[in-house]
Design a binder for this molecule. Structure first.
Ligand code: PBG
Length: 324
């Protein structure tokens, strides 16, 4: 086998040929668009650290959700900003919190749009940690109780899927049990199963003011140097009742996505996070690369690695480019 019997360029010779032999194709059906909810009326504040993203009050988030539907995007991932922070992050499960109000407004406006809600305490606690702090340490089991309470409040408001992003041990089990006990048998769980302690969350922490006030997240988020632990985390979350499991971030962790896809049968989601998105935008702004082409290449490669679902701030851009 060799040249000239085989010339690899034959199958690259035209656009039609490349389309014919292509193995992965990004679809609008794969994408989830993150939105940021705050309280109030008529609020649409640009988030300075993240291009094209806004803090939106429940009335305007419903308008945005309708646009997302009109662009063919099947799902949103909702984050919330609290009115006030406290030690336990109690605004996270407030019946009238920004997320809870927004879910209701979105479901009234566009009932078919899938509403996935991020469940975590970091934006709600004064410490900026994803769990409650006792004696300078994050208390795992006490945090799980509060996460379950938060998840229940989202389900009661009408969320379709709960997405815990805190990385406490056992939280998927706590949440599943709490949902079952309260009759929310059909509310799904998409767990941030393999979530790494990454520097690429920087722009997001500015957006929701959730930077830890002491220490870092390394005692609960994973060490970027390991992928075996990611397989254990994912297996445990599936056992505890996760319907979809996520790898996060995406670009530096394509090997983890690939391993997860080969090993597990449930849908695999990948989060193309704020720092990855803004890294491309910043390079484009500096004239170093072409923004849309680079963005589509990144998304396509995340798909190729094995992601069934991609959470991305570029979902609207991708929808336009895919001609959806
Ligand atoms: C909350 C949470 C974070 C992100 C999603 N959920 C930040 C963090 O863990 O510090 C990051 C999303 C992004 O960077 O786009 N735990």
């Amino acid at each position: 086998m060799g040249f000239p019997e085989h010339r690899m360029r034959r199958l690259r010779s035209s656009d039609a040929m490349r389309r014919l032999v292509r193995r992965s194709s990004l679809s609008i059906d794969d994408l989830v668009y993150p939105l940021f909810a705050c309280v109030g009326e008529g609020v649409k504040e640009p988030i300075e650290s993240m291009d094209g993203c806004f803090h939106l009050s429940p009335d305007l988030i419903a308008v945005e959700a309708a646009e997302v539907v009109s662009m063919g995007i099947p799902a949103i991932l909702l984050f919330g900003l609290p009115e006030k922070k406290d030690e336990s992050g109690s605004d996270a499960w407030a019946e009238n919190g920004a997320v809870q109000q927004s879910i209701k407004r979105i479901k009234d406006a566009v009932p078919d749009l899938l509403v996935i809600t991020d469940v975590c305490l970091c934006a709600y606690t004064t410490t900026g940690h994803c769990g409650v702090v006792k004696n300078g340490r994050i208390d795992n089991d006490a945090t799980c109780e509060l996460l379950a309470k938060t998840a229940l409040s989202h389900a009661q408001a009408g969320a379709d899927i709960i997405a815990p992003s805190d990385m406490m041990d056992g939280r998927v089990g706590y949440i599943r049990q709490c949902l079952e006990q309260n009759g929310f048998h059909d509310t799904g769980i998409m767990s941030y199963a393999a979530k790494y302690a990454s520097a690429f969350y920087g722009p997001f922490r500015d957006a929701v003011h959730s930077a830890p006030q002491f220490g870092d997240r390394k005692t609960y988020q994973m060490d970027p140097a390991s992928s075996d632990q990611a397989m254990q985390e994912i297996a445990l979350d599936i056992e505890e009742g996760a319907d979809i499991v996520m790898v996060k971030p995406a670009l530096c962790f394509l090997d983890v996505i690939q391993r997860a896809k080969a090993r597990f049968d449930c849908p695999i989601a990948a989060y193309f996070v704020s720092g990855e998105y803004m890294m491309i935008n910043a390079a484009a702004k500096a004239g170093l690369l072409e923004q849309e082409t680079a963005m589509m290449e990144a998304l396509t490669c995340i798909k190729r690695a094995g992601a069934d679902i991609i959470i991305t701030y570029a979902a609207k851009t991708a929808s336009k480019l895919l001609g959806a």
